[in-house]
Design a protein around this ligand. Sequence first.
Ligand code: ATP
Ligand code: MG
Length: 324
Amino acid sequence: MSGGSLLKVLGLTINYYTLEGVVKAVRNASLCVNRGESICIVGESGSGKSTLGLAISLSLPRNAVAEGSIIYEGVDLLKLNPLERQKYRGEISMVFQDPATTFSPLFTIGEHLIDILRHRFRVSRDEAVVRARELLRKVQLPDQDRVLRAYPHELSGGMLQRAAIAAALATDPKVLVADEPTTMLDVTTQSQILELIKVLKRELDLTLLFITHNLGIASEVCNRTAVMYAGVIVEEGSTDEVLLNPLHPYTAKLVKAVPSLTKRRERLSHIPGMLPDLRNPPAGCPFAERCEFTTHYFDYSPVKHVEAGPGRRVACILYSGVKA
Ligand code: ATP
Ligand code: MG
């Protein structure tokens, strides 16, 4: 069943503590995800997409500190004790860009899946084998017994990503966070995996959080899109509106950088400049240094999010009523 808010990220801030300083990877992010919807997080490399996904799936590394709230079915995930976290970790699963990171090279795919299933559902080994076979069938891997016996290096990239998706589904999650799951695959395999994710989302009634740097992929998979830049969600709306009528100058540039979304003969653009140093991000608009609308009189105070229509938000000085 679809509808109703399932997940609410409120004022989320995530800092990584490193020897070189504190990296402010996510800053004051808020996002509402409805049950059964597909939402895309898009942005260039280093914008904080994976960090947000890791926080939602309770998988942040130890050097990360998260503040704010991640409310899942009324429970703040950031306030759970370690035992409670275990339960919720299975409800929100993550698929990574590199499927090899899901599996230890020392164990077969079967050993991994059986381990997850026995741990999660306390079933016998035989029962776990039956369920593991079924999971591999769900991700459309043929010859399931051979795959169960295979070590990760014995599978092709596409097969391994399917097995990684099976591992993510093994805990029977309600939310699937897919972090650039096709980036490392060849073009044909990419579209097969995208198709598989869409089918699984529908069949298993999953809520999908799809992370990508490619707005073209966002348009294929997700009904809603949130755009991240330098740790800040700068724009949010239905994918169609974000693509056809981007409000934030950064989104507009992203749209122009996707071949299939620009009109034929129109020149593709790249975005000159670099992300700010996240150890010392600007207090005002993070995109100001690269934005064509920045003027001499630019106000460097923090930019507020503005409601720009139903389900449509933007954080840009052009819409905040503050004169630039
Ligand atoms: P990409 O598209 O390259 O995957 P991303 O949008 O997923 O990028 P993140 O991986 O979330 O971005 O990184 C956001 C910032 O946090 C970057 O500056 C990155 O260097 C930093 N970062 C990520 N992981 C860690 C970590 N474990 N320790 C310290 N800094 C980190
Ligand atoms: Mg990432």
